[in-house]
Design a protein around this ligand. Structure first.
Ligand code: BTN
Length: 271
């Protein structure tokens, strides 16, 4: 599988995960799961105390036949992954670390733009801003959360057998971020702590309500953008972030950019 952009990273999946993979799936821990199960209703929900990465657990579950709609949520990740090969660190028991499996009814080439629409739906729930492609930020550009989305293909011969593992790391109740001056949390933004189970339900609901096939699917992203209208640096390129294309590409001085990290060179008023 090959798809441009880093909104979704490509991954080809074997139908038979190796033994090591199977054995490293932590046992399900129902203790904290009650509230989450009640809130998320009739679906496959795996509530874990610890795992290496919820995206990886979700992928292995899909290999084992789990269905679209699967949610994997964990208190701790020992090998949480971020975009562009980075790691994702999160204080135990404070934040939300989850993966949700989605199957949008769009052609595969539109998978990256689906992720932008889902990020926008989350930004609505959280009342926050978005940095291209999928960073959740406060008004001043501090990072609240991020998304790592991966394609999963159960039958590589069948064009339509792909789905997306949407991995979300969201800083909810953590107050201190040693060594990360650009990180923030919902608690820091709102001066109160939040119920993470309710938040998870609201996010999953909002994401699943999105219709990414609709022509206006990216309008919400544009409205919540921290990036459009600003001078940015991305990779070797510097210029004005003018718009996003329907496939999710960022247009910088008339040229599409498919992947990378945006650095702001100007404030939101363009100065
Ligand atoms: C980013 O780099 O901004 C994306 C971070 C995504 C982290 C989340 S935490 C839950 C899921 N599991 C992972 O290993 N990564 C994602």
């Amino acid at each position: 599988l090959l798809i441009h952009g880093d909104g979704v990273s490509a991954r080809t999946v074997s139908k038979q995960p190796d033994r090591q993979d199977r054995m490293s799936i932590p046992p399900q821990q129902p203790a904290r799961g009650g509230a989450i199960h009640n809130l998320l209703g009739q679906r496959d929900v795996r509530v874990l105390e610890s795992c290496d990465s919820t995206n990886r657990v979700a992928r292995l579950a899909l290999d084992d036949g789990a269905a679209v709609g699967l949610v994997v949520v964990s208190e701790v990740q020992t090998a949480g992954r971020g975009r562009l090969g980075r790691s994702w660190e999160s204080s135990a028991g404070q934040n939300l670390l989850f993966s949700l499996v989605l199957k949008p009814r769009v052609p595969l080439e539109r998978a990256a733009s689906c992720v932008l629409s889902w990020a926008a739906a989350m930004a609505e729930v959280l009342d926050c801003r978005l940095k291209w492609p999928n960073d959740l930020q406060d008004e001043r550009g501090a990072k609240l959360g991020g998304i790592l989305s991966e394609l999963h293909c159960s039958e590589p011969e069948e064009a339509d057998s792909w789905c997306v593992i949407l991995g979300v790391g969201l800083n909810v109740n953590q107050l201190d971020f040693p060594g990360l001056p650009d990180a923030t949390s919902l608690r820091r933004m709102r001066q109160r702590s939040l119920d993470r189970s309710v938040l998870l339900r609201d996010l999953v609901r909002a994401i699943e309500e999105v219709d990414p096939s609709h022509s206006s699917a990216l309008d919400l992203w544009r409205a919540r953008s921290n990036t459009l209208g600003r001078h940015i640096r991305i990779g070797q390129r510097e210029g004005l972030a003018e718009s996003i294309r329907d496939d999710g590409a960022l247009i910088v001085d008339g040229e599409p950019v498919l992947a990378g990290d945006v650095e702001f060179l100007s404030r939101t008023d363009g100065t």
